[in-house]
Design a protein. Sequence first.
Length: 569
Amino acid sequence: MLSKALREYDTVSVEPSTDGRSAVLFEKGASRAGIDVRRFPWIRPLSGDYAYNFDRVASLYAGNPTRPEAWSDVIGRVQAQKRDRREIVDVLAAQQARRNAPPEARAAVAQLADPKAVAILTGQQAGAFGGPMYTLLKTVTAVQLARRIASEHHVPVVPIFWVDAEDHDWEEIAGCTVLDSTFHPRSVTLAPPQGAGDLPVARLTLDEGVEQTISELAAVLPSTAFTEPLLNTLRETYRPGTGAAEAFARFIESALGRLGLVVFESSDPAAKPLAAGVFAHELRKVGSTASLAAAAGRSMSALGHTPQVEPQLDQPSIFHLDGARTPIRHNGDAFVVGDTTIPASTLVEQAERSPAQFSPNVLLRPIVQDTLFPTVCYVAGPSEMAYLAQLRGVYREFGIPMPLIYARATATIVDSAAVRFLRRYAVDLEGLQPQDESALNRLLQSQLPQSVEQAMRDAGEALQRSMARVAEALPELDPTLAGAARTTLGRMEHDLRALHSKIIHAAKRRDETLRRQFTRVQAQIFPLGHPQERTLSLTYFLNQYGPHLVDRLIEELPLEMGQHWVMTI
């Protein structure tokens, strides 16, 4: 069963580091080691509760994904929901034909026509050249989970990737960061195509500038056996004249379609009629979604968790698409779209007749998603888990079964040299994040000869004792000298600290090899001071490890919530 399988992973070793913190250690021969995510300040506390104390937040979600009965329940509810599966299958098949999808992905779409088939979804914005590494981690989790649930519950389970591209924030998705051959972070950015920043990403078409960006990427990527095939794939998928969202979909499909992953371009106008009822309902009952989400946010706050979304009660949770993506405001018996006032009945009729002119916001997107697909689970990142916690009542409002939520895998991939460094020096992972030299200084200090450190400690203690005796004796001579004694002690302690600092700097000069090793490992784990999975591009890892990276992750990345995995491939 799933709950048992979740515990079947390699032994994790966590031991005190040289500075008293907890350091993750790889056991000899192990390719991975796990760390409790609750240690990390950048991980929301909600993720810790979800993984380790689910009962505390159970009221916010549809069920506990570690319990087999929760899966049986949601599978039954989704299978019982009436839906015309042929319509979405036809939309998906047309997208796949346009992209020339792999046969395994096409077979997965055909499976969706089966009334018993269910789906496990994940998704992400259409980031340049595949987006950050966590895009792959989300997708790998979805594929792993689909395989496990299909085996345990004897139903067809299709993993689906939702390409989110109706946001207009071009700058958020245009960049790509990699490490060069010297482990320095290097970023390349797509030149903004016409309309960037004003139009939804899905309506942007790549121009000739994309070829220059790929050339810039080629110049900074370390040369490996996988570089040329990867660049060829990028040139085939990110071509001038291709839509920015479609290029992303093609790239993800090229890497994972052979695993049976179905890639869905959610901005496809052909899919919008299937969500017309959701759009019309939202306009008829304006404020309902926002009110329900706000009430759930208050429940989250009462549990000690910060709501992800603060809904605007006078706005329906959809946008109007007319070139740009324009918010809609409610005003009496009418709606205001931009500067135009439209009678409420007219806009509802437009949503029913021309749904391609509408787009869900972050609160309504899951409802649209699970109207289109027989979703039993969504694989979510930490922020997604937070806003999904505000939607249980919204799902009930729309009569859609709320899926289970599964936290995506979180991992850091390092090379064998980094593993040897972490093992040898017992460095605590999060201590590597600050971009100053504090962690390096602690490490260097721990490597000083014990005789030097002991001598410095002895000197400090002797200084304190000696000056204490002086301070005791002075009042007999002149009581006013007590202050001078304290000042003298302060200066001497300052000089002693300065000497200690000089010793550290001497150690740095003495052991430049250790400094280089530290800098190299720090760059891998916290490039630019941020977690690797949020910073380095998927492209970087495919260049380093090749397409079989995906297979290795499928096989070796544990399907275990609440653990951050440090892995070597």
